[in-house]
Design a protein around this ligand. Sequence first.
Ligand SMILES: [Zn+2]
Length: 300
Amino acid sequence: MGLVERERVRSFTVGQATITRVEETYLPSYPLTQIFPEFTAAHRAEHEHWLAPHHYEAETGKIKLAVHSWLLKIGGQTILIDACCGNNKVKPGRPFWNMLNEPYLERLAAAGAQPEEIDMVMCTHLHHDHVGWNTQQKDGKWVPTFPNARYVFSRPDVDYFSRLDASDEGPAELGTFRECVVPILEYGRADLVDGPHRLNEFIEIEPAPGHSPGHVFFKLESKGERGVFIGDVWHHLLQVYYPDWNFPKNSDPVQARVSRRKVLDWCAATGALVMPGHVGLPFAGRIEKVADGYKADFPA
Ligand SMILES: [Zn+2]
């Protein structure tokens, strides 16, 4: 495996858990100043030592975002956290994710799992870039990609996107709700969770609403060590330093800020290994509380 391919399946451990990142894409996407209009020359001076090249592309002024899943093995179970965009999907306004043709399932195999070995798929929320590989089209029908998996979805997100999908604003999430979530519900493969929920001895599900109404994060504990899968509580490390800076597209921007601070506080207090949904290399790290806020410890 070449260097680039190795980065795409980088591994971490938390106690007895092994966690491997399965990359779909890692590309310059949106102009930084479009996403964070608050960003000034003073912010640039303070943060430019870590922004490029892993979190920002200086030549184009664009932020770099990864899209990946986390493959978690713990207690004899194989769990896939978030399911990326998927291939061959039309994504208006998102040229970097449009009509992808990525060897995602080959990377998943390189990370140590065939689709039939996945016991559980857990989505932090039901946006289009977190549900894509839930299903695949076979003989004109959308069927589960992971035939033996239970799929864990947050009920408030299922309810919200069901309503949105049926409204004049539908189809929800560029059609991915119908293609990648509804078939899982119809096949009876989904377990819907509400509120704080202990999944098993290692994993707890906690609400962190605001980016979507049912956005959740997953706390992991093994042998006294902690990890956390935060989805899109923050997309970019600048939001660790400026927790009030929202990434666009929130169901409730005020609630998104409250959730971000709650999760940052928990991460700082526990020293958990933090695994976000889109942060660039090294993709996982820790949060420190400092006098005037928080600091990201994600050494590349
Ligand atoms: Zn996302």
